[in-house]
Design a binder for this molecule. Structure first.
Ligand code: NAP
Length: 491
């Protein structure tokens, strides 16, 4: 399909998706009637406009969520699970439409969008299964005087703030466990990608989620809007995915009412290749770790540390693979890399690459902003990157792989840990003992050992250091929405 044909098809599709906010089970315009435009990053055309929530809408959404909370918390876990299971099935049935919507507003290639929608739906399936596994504990106190009973109860109204890079998955990764735990939610999607979030709201309503349990309100006044939510004492949970900079602001704001916070923040993932690695596997893994989502992923490999003996060959093979990728509008057939999401994102990537080149690096492939419409940037490999370069300290969030050479294992660990971030790390070696030793020494919440992909709804996803607090997915993900209540009991 050409870009023009895809656009015409997509315009028809867009008419079928909601553009008003979901509050108390109703599709509403914002309190002041204002709307927010959504742009296609490939064509720069306006795709649609959605209700642009005001602070009054924020309060209305909390009213709805707080009103729905007692009945939802008291709903049988099996019933909550079955509603989530229906949401999973509806998402799978609509996967192609949802993936197209993701491409239109985010820009990513269709294959990436299909992968995201499948991954996003899996969170509903996983938490439909976890809903019935909210176990407590009973133990005898060490003194023998009484029993210690621990119940896990829903924490209450949860505010969920999500980014544009995975507009479906970042939302379902929060809504799934929140609903399974018995919480009600107010969702604030990123302003670049509100359509996918509203479409997921529609899926949940059709799956049988009662009015007020899930509220979805886009807002371009993000500071004021989320601020109003956090200033409301009925809100007891904030789950945020986005930049560390905004995360820090929200942690401060949440302190006012001592709101429980789960924070999934930025990353600066090292990708370490030892000279005993299977180079075919390392290059294939590097392509996934770097290029999934066009590099716009918090898990994206941001710094490649390659041992001296294989550095040249690895860089050359990576550059060949990167150079073969087809860049273009995400819906066009055969396209593997779409545009970046917006102008500031591309300008940042270009500036980081120029800085690295000024510091002495060379571009083996890519390295310059192309002519033409859309926020495209070519897949780029930089070799000989100077250790102090800004590109090694900053989350690139684009299709750029800077390569640095190292000599020994201790040096690799030191270089990899030289960052305030700690989300994920990747290591390639055939020596399992070395791989596990490295995995233990690295300061990150997750490690890919001979793998370029770690995300899995059944595993605890999250970071250490300034990459975040808490975990999403796995058994741990639901605990973020539960409070332990201890009862000292004698009988
Ligand atoms: P962002 O600018 O921090 O925005 C994230 C969300 O916060 C959006 O909904 C945004 O709304 C909202 N927001 C922005 N400023 C705010 C403020 N002052 N107060 C309240 N809310 C505010 O991040 P992004 O650029 O969308 O996403 C990229 C970042 O997300 C990267 O750093 C990436 O690493 C991180 N990320 C982390 C994970 C993880 O699991 N650790 C996963 C994905 C992404 P508006 O769009 O309306 O401004």
């Amino acid at each position: 399909m050409t870009a023009a044909q895809a656009h015409a098809e997509a315009s028809k599709l867009l008419e079928r998706f909601p553009t008003r906010a979901l509050i108390a089970g109703e599709w509403r315009e914002s309190a002041d009637g204002s709307r927010l435009s959504v742009q296609d990053p490939a064509t720069l055309e306006v795709l649609a406009s959605v209700a642009d929530g005001t602070v009054d809408d924020a309060t209305a959404a909390v009213d709805a969520a707080a009103g729905a909370l007692p009945a939802w918390a008291a709903t049988a876990p099996r019933q909550r699970g079955e509603i989530l299971r229906r949401a999973f099935e509806l998402m799978v049935a609509r996967a192609e439409e949802l993936a197209t919507l993701v491409v239109l507003e985010n820009g990513k290639a269709l294959a990436d969008a299909r992968g995201e929608v499948a991954y996003a739906a899996e969170f509903f399936r996983w938490y439909s299964e976890e809903a019935v596994r909210n176990a407590g504990e009973v133990v005898t106190a060490p003194s023998g005087a009484n029993r210690i009973l621990v119940l896990r109860q829903p924490i209450g109204v949860a505010v969920l703030v999500t980014p544009w890079n995975f507009p479906a998955a970042m939302l379902t990764r929060k809504i799934g466990p929140a609903l399974a735990a018995g919480c009600t939610v107010v969702c604030k999607p990123a302003s670049e990608t509100p359509l996918t979030a509203l479409a997921i709201g529609e899926v949940l309503a059709e799956a049988g989620v009662p009015a007020g349990v899930v509220n979805v309100v886009p807002s371009s006044h993000s500071g004021a809007f989320v601020g109003r939510l956090l200033d409301d004492p009925r809100v007891r949970k904030l789950s945020f995915t986005g930049s560390t900079e905004v995360g820090r602001l929200l942690l401060e704001r949440a302190a006012r009412h001592v709101v429980s916070c789960s924070m999934e923040l930025g990353g600066n993932a090292p990708f370490v290749v030892f000279d005993d690695a299977d180079l075919d596997a390392a290059v294939a893994g590097a392509m996934v770790a770097k290029m999934r989502n066009g590099g716009e992923a918090c898990t994206a490999a941001n710094r490649f540390f390659v041992q001296r003996g294989v550095s040249e060959e690895f860089s050359r093979r990576l550059a060949e693979a990167m150079g073969r990728l087809r860049v273009g509008p995400g819906l066009e057939q055969g396209v593997e890399v779409g545009p970046l999401v917006n102008e500031p994102s591309r300008a940042k990537v270009a500036e980081l690459v120029e800085g690295a080149l000024d510091d002495g690096a060379s571009a083996l492939v890519g390295g310059a902003v192309p002519e033409g419409t859309g926020w495209f940037y070519p897949p780029t490999v930089l070799s000989g990157v100077a250790p102090g370069s800004e590109i090694l300290r900053t989350e690139i969030f684009g299709p750029v792989a800077p390569v640095v050479t190292f000599s020994g294992e201790a040096e690799a660990v030191e270089m990899a840990n030289d960052t305030e971030f700690g989300l994920v790390s990747y290591v390639y070696t055939r020596d399992l003992a070395r791989g596990l030793r490295f995995a233990e020494a690295i300061e990150s919440g997750m490690v890919g050992l001979n793998r370029g992909l770690v995300s899995d709804p059944a595993a605890p996803f999250g970071g250490v250091k300034e990459s975040g607090i808490g975990r999403e997915g796995g058994h741990e993900g639901m605990l973020e929405y539960l409070e332990a209540k201890y009862i000292a009991a004698s009988w």
